[in-house]
Design a protein around this ligand. Structure first.
Ligand code: UD1
Length: 429
């Protein structure tokens, strides 16, 4: 199993290219199941989760062709995927695959919408607390799917097709909103989704679906209206930049000090996150090329933050912010409202010398003058990267174990940081 070794204390200077968004790529790939024609996706990040979803789609009979590098492209340019679900040969998504990546459960929506049936394993437990799918199932039922749960599988049937309906989510759910949109795109009649997620990835997927011939209005707001169509066609779509990767590197620079251009980063996708980083003392400026983050001499100021659905501060940056606050001059408070039990990074940050107290959903962080390198272990994607941020500022050497979590969501993290002067290397095996 690969590990990453970091020797802290260097400032970061240079350019970090921001990859395409993982959380847009996954539902976009799944949306390919809605059409017999080819969907071409540009700016797809090279991530373990993308590879795994390719395998999952392959199991349904989908062909995925990865375009080669074109002349003049750098190793950081995203991949182009040509995805063709001309013939779906299997409507079952088995436990062995779904259990490895929660978002793969979302295949249930396009499968039942196009094929009239789907059998998808329940995703099961997850390192960040219980993450149920009851609202995804509710959405499909509202569109007329008959649902049966048996032997750990959800069976969805709609022999005569789905019918438009009203879906009111009692809480904001990204996966629920993606599922509802994909199912409604091929349903007969009009669907209205109330209290829909606003996340930019929802709008990106809706834009792509509209290019494929869907009639979706209001994506990016809390009320989405979809006029079902009988068929969708192919399209070409460029994935938006990853706002979580952008925010993560912005926090790394805020932590170490320095001056870095986050190339292709888009401030409009991450305003709440950037506001907090600025409050912590970094200077942020949006340029045509991306987002420039600098922090000189001055230390890190403490902040109080509550995670919330978009446009609020994203839960996916909570662990990274906590790492940054371990070195703040004073006391910070971070409240996690989206996922229960999303604090696995706390114990590992404490091993590096952080002072953090947990009280239910609230963490209180007393900034310390120094962190000290140590062996640490990451338990999920965002928790792993928070340990990298802490290690960049810790004295001595930190070994981050089990980096396969990082590879699920961060493309070539060690190369991107090393190019800006960090002492970071991957140790294989
Ligand atoms: C997506 C993101 C993930 C991000 C999360 C919240 C992807 C691939 N993943 O995950 O990175 O952290 O949004 O921004 O895009 N819930 C229910 N019942 C359901 C579904 C959700 O109670 O049926 C709850 C969840 O437990 C959680 C909250 O709703 O407390 C939000 O979850 P949701 O937005 O659905 O997260 P995901 O789509 O799984």
């Amino acid at each position: 199993m690969d590990r990453i070794r970091i020797t802290g204390g260097r400032t970061l200077h240079g350019t970090i290219p921001i990859s395409g968004a993982k959380n847009a790529t996954l539902p976009l790939m799944i949306a390919s199941l809605l059409t017999e024609e080819t969907l071409i996706l540009d700016n797809v990040p090279r991530l373990a989760d993308v590879g795994l979803l390719q395998r999952i789609l392959g199991n349904h009979g989908v062909d995925v062709m990865v375009g080669g590098k074109r002349p003049g492209e750098s190793a950081y340019d995203g991949q182009t995927l040509h995805i063709s679900a001309a013939r779906i040969i299997d409507t079952t998504a088995p436990y062995e695959l779904v259990s490895r990546m929660r978002a793969s459960f979302w295949v249930i929506a396009p499968l039942v919408a196009r094929m009239g049936e789907a059998k998808v394993s329940l995703p099961g437990g997850c390192a960040i607390g219980t993450r149920p799918v009851d609202l995804l199932i509710m959405a499909l039922e509202r569109l007329g799917a008959e649902i049966e749960i048996d032997g750990g599988y959800v069976m969805a049937r709609a022999r005569n097709g789905l019918k438009g309906g009203e879906i009111v989510f009692p809480r904001v759910t990204v996966g629920g909103t993606h599922t509802a949109i994909m199912a409604a795109a091929l349903a007969q009649g009009t669907t209205v989704i109330e209290n829909a997620a606003h996340e930019p990835e929802i709008k990106d997927v809706a834009d792509c679906l509209n290019r494929m011939g869907a009639r979706i209005g209001g994506a990016g707001t809390s009320r989405i209206v979809i006029e079902g169509v009988s068929k969708l066609g192919g399209a070409r779509h460029r994935v938006i930049p990853d706002r979580i990767e952008t925010g993560t590197y912005a926090m790394a620079v805020a932590m170490t000090g320095g001056d870095v251009l986050l190339e292709n980063g888009r401030a409009d996708l991450l305003q709440a996150g950037l506001d907090v980083i600025a409050q912590a003392g970094a200077e942020i400026s949006a340029t045509n090329a991306g987002i420039r983050v600098t922090r000189n001499g001055a230390g890190i100021a403490p902040v109080e933050v509550v995670t919330a659905p978009f446009p609020g501060f994203p839960t996916d940056l909570q662990a990274q912010l906590m790492a940054l606050m371990t070195r703040a001059r004073g006391t910070s408070r971070i409240t996690e409202t989206i996922f229960e039990n999303r604090f696995m990074h706390v114990q590992e940050l404490v091993r590096l010398g952080a002072h953090i107290q947990l009280d239910g959903e609230r963490a209180t962080i007393e900034g310390v003058r120094r962190l000290q390198g140590a062996p640490v272990m990451a338990t999920d994607l965002r928790a792993s990267v928070s340990l990298v941020i802490a290690a960049l500022a810790a004295e001595g050497e930190t070994m981050v174990n089990r980096v396969y979590h990082l590879d699920r969501g961060f493309e070539r993290l060690e190369d991107k940081l090393a190019a800006c002067g960090a002492a970071i290397e991957r140790i294989s095996g």
